[in-house]
Write a protein that binds this ligand. Structure first.
Ligand code: PLP
Length: 404
């Protein structure tokens, strides 16, 4: 059913070696590898369809436009949005969050207004709001976490007041692997009349997300973390919100009519897509979505959950192993430290054994401060990883530990 060796053949990079050792790629939280169908779609489009999209009367432009708009429909179906008007192509999660911070902030926030974020946010969901803070004098309210790495939901409920304008939280922590109960958190926010932005960078690659079931107001994710190309991502927004927001950038595509006296803006989603979009990358993203959908998000989830459980079990054999993030609901991300071995030393030595893991603060310095550490080693799994690779990781960690 889930034929892992056949799946791995779809990803040519997985058969390469580093330092003469088979590559064990466990840095999927940072970016995933790409299946052939995705890379080939990019080459095919440049070789046989390439033309700027929209407005073109000629054959190629219309074909490129059909592909691009077809990709939007693929994204819509994948996340179960109501309409393609709600799917905005961006460069990735970071740009999507910045778009909301900028446009929502412009339209609906003034000095003293508050945004609720959490202690486990990626910098992109902190600094975007701090830029708004500098411009408008808004305030950030922060949901604390428990030692296991779960959100303190009791405190969350107490953070709402008449100045709360938005909740902006991550679906899955890129450091702790914690899967936050965003559906309930959205319901709580809505009970206070407050909309919610969900950072889906680390959830979309691992399990199915459903905009209508979650009822979230904005949702951001990146193509490159879900086996698609770099430089493309998505902002989902409920039409009723997007309609009320001002444009993000000015330029071609996003206008209806322009004069020096008065300019009118295009309809959704084009109002938020100034300039030539990355229409080739959108095709690649759609191919990646088709790829994971054909495998089945439920099967991918089951495979990765089994790998994560197996890895936690095997890694616990290592003396001095300390897991950072032990939430009950945990995704395929394992952060750890061993004894007093520095994360950089562990990462560098594992690298020489062919194992690619990430080390450092993972763009979550406030979380590191909360945990009283300056970094972790992070192994993050994808649909193509195997138990044998986990064994290589564990043997590697043991070997490094013996050296210290
Ligand atoms: N949010 C989370 C939780 C992430 O893990 C990342 C990337 O690691 C981002 C946002 C930023 O994504 P991107 O760099 O693709 O914009």
């Amino acid at each position: 059913m889930y034929d892992i060796s056949k799946i791995r053949e779809d990803f040519p990079i997985l058969s390469r070696e580093v330092y003469g050792k088979p590559l064990v790629y466990l840095d999927n939280g940072a970016t995933t590898q790409k299946p052939k169908v995705v890379v080939e779609s990019l080459v095919d489009e440049y070789y046989s369809v390439n033309a700027n999209v929209h407005r073109g009367v000629h054959f190629l432009s219309q074909q490129a436009t059909e592909l691009h708009e077809g990709s939007r429909e693929t994204v819509r179906r994948f996340i179960n949005a109501r309409s393609t008007s709600e799917i905005i192509f961006t460069r990735g999660t970071t740009e999507s969050i910045n778009l909301v911070a900028s446009c929502f902030g412009e339209a609906f926030m003034k000095e003293g207004d508050e945004v609720i974020v959490s202690e486990m946010e990626h910098h992109s969901n902190i600094v975007s709001w701090q830029l708004l803070q500098a411009r408008k004098g808004i305030r950030l309210r922060v949901i604390p976490i428990t030692d296991a790495g779960e959100l303190r939901l009791d405190v969350y409920e107490q953070l709402f007041n008449e100045r709360t304008r938005l909740v902006s939280i991550t679906h899955v922590s890129n450091v702790l692997g914690t899967v936050n109960p965003v559906r309930d958190m959205i319901a709580t926010a809505h009970a206070h009349g407050v909309p919610v932005l969900v950072d889906g960078a680390q959830s979309t690659p691992h399990f199915a997300v459903d905009m209508q079931a979650l009822d979230c107001d904005f949702f951001a994710f990146s193509g490159h973390k879900i086996y698609g190309p770099t430089g493309i991502g998505v902002l989902y927004g409920k039409e009723e919100w997007l309609d009320r927001l001002p444009p993000y950038m000015g330029g071609g595509e996003m206008i209806k009519n322009v004069s020096f006296e008065h300019t009118t803006f295009n309809e959704l989603p084009y109002k938020f897509e100034a300039g030539t979009p990355d229409y080739v990358a959108s095709t690649g993203l759609a191919k990646a979505i088709d790829y994971v959908s054909a495998l089945g998000m439920d099967k991918i989830y089951a495979h990765e959950q089994e790998l994560t459980r197996y890895a936690m079990q095997r890694m616990a054999e290592v003396e001095g192993m300390r897991f950072i993030g032990t939430a009950a609901e945990k995704d395929a991300v394992i952060s750890f430290l061993v004894g007093d071995i520095h994360h950089l030393d562990m990462g560098t030595l594992l690298d020489h054994l062919g194992v690619a893991v990430r080390t450092g603060h993972h763009c979550a310095e406030p979380l590191m401060r909360r945990l009283g550490i300056d970094g972790t080693v992070r192994a993050s799994f994808a649909l193509y990883n195997t138990k044998e690779e986990v064994d290589v990781l564990v043997e590697g960690i043991k070997r490094v530990s013996r050296m210290f």
